[in-house]
Design a protein around this ligand. Structure first.
Ligand code: NAD
Length: 263
């Protein structure tokens, strides 16, 4: 079979032409990088975060709107989705990526207020945003929702109970919503990154023993680059994944495949 390489490349580079993408936590780390990948492939970006952080100038595109949204607030999430649809007339892709880590502490020493904050931000945000976006996607007859989970949601994470529980919750919410909405042509998936070099993990640079212990558990021997996570998000959002829903895609250098501690 003769492959027209020029045509294949053009199709891929414009995969999201004029599609409207709402991203949360889109001004830093994985979110900002994924935003730039979507833009490079033709998307119209409705970027949201707690603060703007010069994202419009750094992305340098006319196809970028910024909207302030605290994802732990149901009202903010509803307003952000509505503003996106008011401006663009639709919402094709929702990428809920905003998230916070917590200070390490074992149960029962974890703080109640921190537990609630992490749950409402990481997991609550996905529920509030999906609740707001799905009615529009149903009217459109299609849509794609992707959430950033974590390898901490696939197994436990010592001393990080709020974070691990929130990411496990994301995984099961993704699967359940995918089942609920499959009949509407709305696909709902998650990525589960392992250790990724972003501002969230930057403090580990000052804790070399912890960082090296984490790196030693990654079969590929290094942390992910944010664009490696972003490219997995774009795959799940795209027509290349047109029959994929309720899936959790690890982007972890093999970590979640490793069960070598067991007999
Ligand atoms: P980051 O700190 O660079 O980005 C997180 C973003 O979320 C920031 O822009 C922040 O402002 C935003 N945010 C935090 N609370 C918010 C709120 N209440 N409302 C709206 N936005 C809020 O870190 P990152 O590593 O790019 O994290 C992105 C996602 O990836 C998070 O969900 C994180 O849990 C997940 N993740 C990261 C790693 C890693 O090793 N970096 C691994 C697995 C999963």
């Amino acid at each position: 079979m003769v492959v027209n390489r020029q045509q294949t490349h053009t199709t891929t580079s414009q995969r999201f032409q004029d599609q409207v993408v709402l991203i949360t936590g889109g001004t830093s780390g994985i979110g900002a990088t994924t935003a730039s990948l979507f833009l490079a492939q033709g998307a119209k970006l409705f970027n949201t975060d707690l603060e703007e952080r010069n994202i419009k100038s750094s992305l340098g595109s006319k196809n970028v709107d910024f909207y302030k949204c605290d994802v732990s607030s149901p009202e903010d999430c509803e307003a952000a989705v509505k503003a996106c649809v008011d401006i663009h007339g639709r919402i094709d892709i929702l990428f809920h990526n905003a998230g916070i880590l917590c200070q390490p502490a074992e149960v029962p020493d974890q703080d109640v207020a921190l537990f609630q904050k992490v749950l409402l931000t990481n997991l609550g945000g996905l529920f509030y945003l999906s609740r707001a976006a799905i009615p529009y996607m149903r009217k459109q007859g299609k849509g794609s929702i992707i959430a950033t989970a974590s390898t901490s949601g696939l197994s436990g994470a010592m001393a990080l109970s709020p974070y691990a529980a929130s990411k496990a919750g994301i995984i099961n919410l993704v699967k359940t919503m995918a089942l609920d909405r499959a009949k509407d042509g709305i696909r709902i998936n998650a990525v589960a990154p392992g250790y990724t070099n972003t501002p969230m993990t930057a403090p580990f640079a000052g804790l070399p023993a912890l960082r090296d212990a984490m790196l030693s558990r990654i079969p590929m021997g290094r942390a992910a680059k944010p664009e490696e996570v972003g490219r997995a998000v774009l795959f799940l959002a795209s027509e290349d994944a047109s029959f994929t829903t309720g899936h959790v895609l690890p982007v972890d250098g093999g970590t979640s495949a490793d069960c070598s501690g067991a007999p």
